[in-house]
Ligand binder design. Structure first.
Ligand SMILES: [Zn+2]
Length: 409
């Protein structure tokens, strides 16, 4: 169990309305934190990194104490709070939390993010917005625009259309996770999860984990992270065995997260603007850094296109199709004019993902990765209906309790 005597944490919000992993799944604010003594620009940027703590605290207790409110704010105020995690500026804001470990009241709990330690419960004593702004420094920029995997199947002139490279998506609940692999090497495209796939169920081995099966024989894996929301990387925090295999973690240039400072992943993080990954003569990945018109968290991302033996798939994280045309990265804008054999439906099939859906090729699949979060209510019916109208065959299983693999291409 997490047992340091620190009572004060400095935190940034990951999600204003998450579902607790422990404590009967109450509504909570999910934060990433450092202990008080590390809250300085110097400590946060120190070479060896700094341990990042995960905190989940009752949504109601948090709002009741926020800046000395003394009561839970009215619905209109709460609605405003709920939207804070969309904003890049708001997410970089720090909160000071003081906790008491030694009472029976349990407003929430903390544990080291990249660990298998049990949570330690606390009462929330106080909570305030910190006036000091400390901006996080960038990770190093990856120094290549083209990368060839070490074991690329370079067969010279290929007359066959076959490719050993496949794309699979996983049912991971309220999160996103896909893999491109030839059975010997692999690239993960996000590695998140969420309700009903939770940390305790995952770590205690209570669910079937087909991701673990797929990567069993694979030694090194590169991870392409669409953006820094936890529902896109939580399995990385939960699974120490999997972390050992990770070589590079590609993240969008100039989109920061406190999580990247933890020594468990800090040394693997590489920012990218554009990357072409050669897999074989007829298989590759194109990774584009978005340049969104609106500066929000979901928009500052990496969009990935996988092509193999003439088939094409789109994996865009939480960046919905209707935002492509106004993106000032021409490669991203151009995706609107392409057609696909498979899409991982952006933003878990929210209402916005129902518009300007990219064209489906014959037999194309739309994979919905949404889980059963009772506030988000993803995927929306309109997104499902409109994907069907666009002639996609949907794969949607919100209540799947296990990490299950579905081959898309
Ligand atoms: Zn997401």
């Amino acid at each position: 169990m997490y047992n340091l005597e620190t009572k004060v944490f400095y935190c940034q919000i990951d999600s204003c309305r998450a579902i607790k992993e422990y404590q009967k799944k109450g509504l909570c604010v999910r934060l990433l934190a450092v202990e008080e003594q590390f809250f300085s620009a110097q400590a946060l940027e120190r070479k060896e990194g700094v341990e990042v703590i995960s905190i989940e605290v009752s949504y109601w207790a948090f709002l009741e104490r926020l800046d000395g409110a003394g009561r839970v704010p009215a619905k209109a105020e709460r609605d405003k709070f709920d939207l804070l995690d969309d904003s890049v500026r708001e997410r970089s804001r720090w909160y000071r939390l003081e906790v008491d470990w030694n009472t029976k009241t349990r407003h929430g709990y903390a544990y080291p993010t990249f660990s298998e330690e049990k949570p330690r419960y606390f009462e929330l004593v106080s909570c305030r917005t910190e006036s000091q702004t400390i901006s996080l420094g960038p990770a190093p920029l990856f120094n290549q625009e083209v990368m060839k995997l070490p074991l690329s199947h370079d067969t010279g002139i290929s007359t066959s259309n076959a490719s050993p490279w496949t794309l699979s998506a996983f049912h991971v609940g309220q999160g996103m996770c896909s893999i491109v692999s030839d059975g010997k090497q692999a690239l993960l495209l996000d590695i998140g999860a969420g309700t009903p796939v939770t940390r305790p169920l995952y770590q205690e081995g209570k669910i079937t984990n087909e991701l673990a099966q797929v990567i069993e024989g694979i030694k090194t894996i590169d991870l392409i992270l669409s953006h820094a929301d936890q529902d896109h990387w939580r399995i990385l925090a939960w699974d120490a065995e999997l972390r050992k295999k990770i070589r590079h973690i590609f993240v969008p240039e100039n989109a920061k997260s406190l999580a990247y400072k933890d020594p468990a992943i800090k040394f693997d993080i590489k920012e990218i603007q554009r990357l072409h990954i050669v897999l074989s003569t007829n298989s590759w990945l194109d990774v584009y850094r978005s340049q969104p018109k609106r500066d929000d968290d979901n928009g500052q991302c990496l969009v990935t296109v996988f092509e193999s033996a003439g088939k094409r798939a789109l994996i865009a994280g939480d960046y919905v199709y209707s935002r492509f045309p106004s993106d000032t990265n021409k490669d991203v804008a151009d995706l609107q004019n392409q057609d696909f054999d498979a899409v991982v439906v952006p933003h878990h099939g929210d209402a916005e993902s129902a518009h300007r859906i990219v064209k489906a090729r014959q037999g194309a699949i739309a994979f919905f990765s949404a889980g059963n979060h009772r506030k988000f209510l993803h995927p929306t019916q309109i997104s499902r209906d409109n994907h069907k109208k666009e002639k996609y065959t949907e794969i949607c299983n919100n209540n799947c309790p296990d990490v299950r693999r579905v081959t898309l291409i």
